[in-house]
Design a protein around this ligand. Sequence first.
Ligand code: PGA
Length: 254
Amino acid sequence: MEDRRALIAGNWKMFKTCSEAVETARQLVEFVPDVNEIDVMIAPAFTSLALVNDIVQGSCISLGAQNVFWEKEGAYTGETSSDMLVSAGCKYVIIGHSERRQYFGETDETVKKRIDAAINGDLIPILCVGEMEKERESGETFSVLDKQIKKGLEDFSYSDLRTLVIAYEPVWAIGTGKTATSDQAQEVHLFLRSLLEKSFGAKFSESVRILYGGSVKPNNISELMAMNDIDGALVGGASLNAEMFSRIIHFKHQ
Ligand code: PGA
């Protein structure tokens, strides 16, 4: 098996004012002074990106955004381009999060455009996929994921996607306290890897990082990370608290 570098990513969603974000970032830099064996990222709200960048610069923590628009610039009120995100210090961008799909009309087609913008704008895209509870109950999990992956990554080549990260986030596990069991998550991660192998080849599928997301906490991270095909986590609620997030980052030393 390929040696994939783990990534622990924090999605702060629509939480924290500028001063709160700066304070949490400061604490996190203190709690996580030098993590070398894995990658760490936090994605604050747009308003705090540049401020948090000043704090994390030079540390082992990278900055990410929670969305990106596909045009480079123009009359698109309320949108943010990849160049703007890079200028604020971003290295990563989360794309197609289920909350964007559920509440803001995100589709596989718009996901694809955002991935294109990220790749061309030198940002590492984190593509989120995941099934809803009723889809899992009716046995549609794999077909839903198949569609999200195929449509979201349609027409890209292996080399376009060399930095791509995938986050598997079962919608029923997000913010609910219900985590997929590590076996359930592993089963889906393996399925995603085999899907990616069919479209982009074995070399790609062996090297792509697949994160798990959905109620990841300090007490379940180790079990999830012990699975063969789980390469990290996208953490929502538990990333808002620096001490709790640092315990997740230090999962190997728990
Ligand atoms: P949660 O969110 O950890 O609060 O469940 C995960 C996510 O939405 O990325």
